[in-house]
Design a protein around this ligand. Structure first.
Ligand code: AMP
Length: 326
């Protein structure tokens, strides 16, 4: 079975966009691949974080992913910073990466331009990402277009290391998530629903109370046609709601259009609100059961054990190949 790896950066609250756009896809992947999922807490440190908040978010993220349907029996789930071999491997990979190559990363160029006081971690974190991917011989890394270049960097580093020192790493491949599942902001449906958005009215958090969710959907920006038809260009608001309902109910867009033909926006929004609020409420109940449970600690303890074992093996192999082993 091929191995797939997903890193979750614990910043901001998870949104309906994350759930429908990414988590549901991961739930499908866990049936097809041997899946590794980790909280990328070290990656969050490239910019200063509130330590207390970060600590809280780590467990919160994992509990929410599991509540959404990520099955701990089908996934190896762990916290990145608990595996000290990963930064050690990362350093060895840094020595196999040229400065020019690292500084050509688009994200580094953009973010270092925005903040003149950027950390060295901003430059090296794609190499840490390469370590995350390569230590466990991941075959596939599902990422958005913005992270594609970093997975390609990991592949290039792996190839160079293999050529220089002999076969050590599997060459990972990018798995670009399918188009068409972008959930839009409810207040401005021309942009993506994002956890960093300042106006909370446009964003459904996975932690919103059901009544708040219903209210936000009722107040979602739509046109004044009162015709429930998917047309992203001319009717982005209503198209977004159709899309949300189609994914939620596992139906096609045209099925939704047929079901709601002749009905008004008020009735449609009320229905979408109820479906979304109901599903999120069920997820929240599971989340509450998990968040302070021994079960969650057991899952993370099992995950890190497996992760550490693999990373230690890879680290020792690298040491032997590079000549640092006595
Ligand atoms: P982010 O929350 O931006 O770090 O993204 C984490 C994952 O969730 C990525 O795979 C994104 O593509 C996905 N994602 C985030 N927001 C949305 C959205 N509004 N619609 C669809 N997918 C999303």
């Amino acid at each position: 079975m091929k191995r797939i790896l997903t890193g979750l950066k614990p910043t901001g609250d998870l949104t309906l966009g994350n759930y429908l756009g990414a988590i549901k896809q991961m739930i499908k992947y866990q049936e097809e691949y041997e899946s590794f999922i980790f909280v990328a807490d070290l990656h969050a440190l490239t910019i200063p974080q509130d330590p207390h908040e970060l600590q809280e978010r780590i467990k919160k993220f994992i509990a929410m992913y599991i509540a959404c349907g990520i099955d701990p029996k089908k996934n190896t789930i762990y916290v990145q910073s608990e595996n000290a071999f990963i930064p050690a491997i990362s350093y060895m990979l840094e020595c196999t990466t040229s400065y020019g190559e690292a500084s050509r990363m688009i994200q580094f160029k953009e973010k270092s331009r925005q903040n003149a006081n950027f950390s060295v971690g901003l430059l090296t974190y794609p190499i840490l990402m390469a370590a995350d991917i390569l230590y466990c011989d991941a075959d596939y890394v599902p990422v958005g277009i913005d992270q594609k270049q970093h997975v390609e960097l990991a592949r290039n580093i792996a190839e160079r290391f293999n050529n220089r020192y002999g076969e050590t790493f599997v060459l990972p491949e990018v798995l670009i998530s399918k188009e068409g599942t972008k959930i839009k902001d409810l207040k401005d449906p021309t942009k993506k629903m994002s956890k960093s958005e300042e106006n909370p009215q446009g964003v459904i958090s996975m932690f919103d109370a059901p009544e708040v969710i219903k209210q936000k959907i009722m107040k979602a920006t739509t046109d004044s046609d009162n015709i429930i038809k998917f047309d992203e260009e001319n009717k982005p608001g209503i198209s977004n709601l159709i899309n949300i309902l189609a994914i939620m109910e596992n139906k096609s867009i045209s099925q939704i259009e047929t079901e709601f033909a002749g009905k008004g926006y008020g009735e449609f929004k009320k229905y979408v609100g109820e479906v979304v609020a109901h599903e999120i409420a069920l997820i929240q109940t599971k989340y509450e059961e998990l968040i302070n449970s021994q079960e969650l600690d057991n899952i993370l303890n099992d995950g890190i054990k497996k992760s550490q074992q693999l990373a230690q093996e890879k680290y020792e192999l690298m040491c032997a190949k590079m000549g640092t082993k006595r």
